[in-house]
Design a protein around this ligand. Structure first.
Ligand code: HEC
Length: 122
């Protein structure tokens, strides 16, 4: 019985925290579902789909030096139209037909949090 009560308390606590950052939580789900298999759960470019046969490594989003070379518009182009939109590998798929504009904007913000960088301006 005690255990059940504790669980109930935990559930109440968890739902309490789940309320506020609804948009952010959605972005994390989108990232986990569509991006993490290649870019890794923490964005380090080490997802489970990546094998040594990949001709290029998925970008490590925590690499501020590399991520600073991209403007937000560059990131948006790559997400919408895939690697070749920015002369990168087609191993990075296009997501324009899969994700909504809001989801893409959320992902850009998420990548900026991971790199802790602002990126190229303009
Ligand atoms: C099938 C594996 C795969 C998936 C899934 C994937 N990517 Fe990529 N991504 C790559 C690879 C590989 C590259 C590197 C391409 C290159 O450097 O030529 C890349 C590059 C990128 C870049 C460009 C980085 C740069 O320096 O130009 C961005 C931004 C990016 N991915 C975002 C995402 C987002 C956001 C998602 C989820 C919606 C995602 N990727 C899903 C494989 C993937």
């Amino acid at each position: 019985m005690k255990k059940i009560l504790n669980l109930a308390a935990f559930a109440a606590l968890a739902s309490h925290f789940a309320v506020a950052p609804a948009a952010a939580a959605d972005t994390i789900q989108v990232f986990k579902f569509y991006c993490a298999q290649c870019h890794g759960l923490e964005g380090k470019g080490d997802g489970p789909n990546v094998t040594k046969d990949f001709p290029v490594s998925p970008r490590n989003f925590t690499d501020a030096k590399e991520m600073d070379k991209l403007s937000d518009a560059d990131i948006k182009n790559v997400i919408l139209d895939g690697g070749p939109a920015m002369s990168k590998s087609p191993m990075m798929p296009p997501w324009g037909k899969t994700l909504t504009a809001e989801q893409v904007d959320g992902l850009i913000m998420h990548l900026r949090q991971l790199c802790n960088c602002k990126g190229k301006q303009g």
